[in-house]
Write a protein that binds this ligand. Structure first.
Ligand SMILES: Cc1ncc(COP(=O)(O)O)c(C=O)c1O
Length: 440
């Protein structure tokens, strides 16, 4: 399988180069050059199959020969070592719980798969007489850093540097980054998230760091190595639904639109679902695009589903590429709606009262969109992607439901463990020294 840039001005490449580069040299995002449908018998066979089996089948089809079957099976088993169950919510909605990984959010799936891919390619580079150490640098405004830190924790010959703006992420998010230790170095930057991102870009382009032996790379969410495994769980989610003839609508709480890009890729592979709904908070550039046919980025506005506060979603480049930049074609597979914080709060309260089920604020935006769609279409049933565990957003959720959100063991352990963090100035020199000294 070759990977092409959405900007169309860089040569196509193989998976190894696409994941090591992250961003294509022309500034575009990599996407598989072909998405051929899988045979309907394969989908039929995957109904009720364990996650590892369906992930392997879909991965083999998508990666097409890039990784030998035995290695791919091992890679999937290491990366996806937690369940992704579907639970019913009333009569017509099923929730795909993507938050059973170590950092309680869907980002664990992409980060863990990317970590295993990098390890696989490091081994193959070694086989070719190449370098040994892999250094990963990532900037985070919260969840990504935690997922990347845990995905790479303890991996041999791998050093991870997670930059976050000091004092500007939640205490629980910070704990999930700073208590990993070992080969994971938490760097609190005296500055903003934008400065952290800039520093990462500078480090990745820095000749002195690039001259060091080994691989230096990023792990941010535009990396195609994080996108591919997200396709797996759409198939696994569909495969756990009851075998009914009703049209299936999939609701995706969206911010940077990576998750939805993976869903639309799954549909291209033949996933038997009728359509998708992009659910956004007040950051509604995509609902507007579908309404007007004109894409207009906006400055982001803060909401209680803050991981979705994106005013210029980078993965829209992938979605527009998939649909030949034809909004009418896209409208056949996708609708979109935006929901404000009041609606989000109201959904959390209503669902808890009615079903005893606790939604996190991001999933609640998806619920609002899906409930409205199912009211419009009484024949349809819905699959709702739940992107984070509500305990990560206890300060928002608990006052609404009037009780405590039980703490999952992974979070409880992180809250107990000893934090290790190095504070640095927002300067390349400071980051370079931290990287060269292995975070000490
Ligand atoms: C909890 C949660 N839900 C939803 C999203 C939105 O996902 P995407 O950026 O792929 O649209 C994010 C992204 O950071 C997230 O952390």
């Amino acid at each position: 399988m070759r990977y092409v840039s959405t900007a169309g001005k860089a040569p196509d490449t193989d998976l190894e180069a696409a994941i090591l580069l992250g961003l294509a040299p022309d500034g575009g995002l990599y996407i598989p050059s072909r998405l051929d449908p899988m045979p309907p018998e394969t989908f039929a066979r995957l109904q009720g199959a364990p996650l590892r089996d369906s992930a392997f089948e879909v991965g083999r089809h998508l990666l097409r020969g890039a990784i030998a079957d035995g290695s791919l099976r091992r890679l999937v088993a290491y990366a996806l070592n937690f369940p992704i169950p579907v639970v019913p919510l009333g009569e017509r909605i099923w929730v795909l719980e993507l938050f059973h990984g170590p950092t309680l959010a869907f980002k664990d799936v992409g980060a863990r798969f990317l970590a295993q891919l990098l390890l696989y390619y490091r081994a193959s580079q070694l086989g070719r007489g190449g370098s040994t150490t892999v250094r990963i640098v990532v900037a985070t405004s919260g969840d990504t850093g935690a997922a990347v830190a845990h995905a790479f924790a303890g991996l041999p010959h791998t050093q991870v540097f997670v930059l976050f703006p000091q004092g500007q992420i939640s205490a629980r998010q910070e704990r999930l980054i700073t208590t990993v230790g070992g080969n994971v170095h938490a760097l609190a930057v005296r500055g903003t998230f934008d400065q952290c991102q800039r520093l990462v870009k500078q480090a990745l382009a820095d000749p002195r760091l690039r001259d060091e032996p080994g691989v230096l790379t990023g792990a941010n969410s535009i990396n195609v190595g994080r996108l591919i495994p997200q396709v797996f769980y759409y198939v696994h989610g569909w495969a756990q639904l009851p075998d009914v003839a009703n049209p299936i609508v999939v609701a995706v709480p969206s911010g940077n639109f990576g998750n939805l890009s993976a869903g639309l890729m799954a549909k291209r592979l033949g996933l038997p679902v009728d359509r998708f709904i992009a659910a956004t908070n007040a950051n509604d550039v995509v609902p507007r695009y579908l309404q007007t046919g004109h894409f207009q980025a906006q400055p982001s506005v803060p909401t209680i589903s803050n991981a979705m506060d994106v005013g210029d979603p980078s993965n829209m480049a992938r979605i527009r590429h998939l649909y030949d930049d034809d909004v009418n074609q896209l409208r056949r597979d996708l609708s979109a709606s935006a929901h404000d914080d009041n609606t989000t709060r109201e959904c959390i309260t209503r669902v808890y009262r009615k079903h005893g089920y606790i939604l996190d604020p991001h999933t609640a935006v998806g619920y609002a969109a899906l409930a409205a769609e199912l009211e419009r279409d009484p024949a349809a049933i819905g699959l709702l992607l739940s992107t984070a565990h509500p305990a990560k957003f206890a300060e928002i959720v608990e006052p609404l439901i009037g009780s405590e959100v039980p703490l999952p063991p992974a979070l409880a352990a992180a809250l107990q463990a000893e934090p290790h963090v190095t504070v640095i100035d927002p300067e390349l020199d400071a980051l370079r020294s931290a990287i060269l000294s292995g975070g000490r």
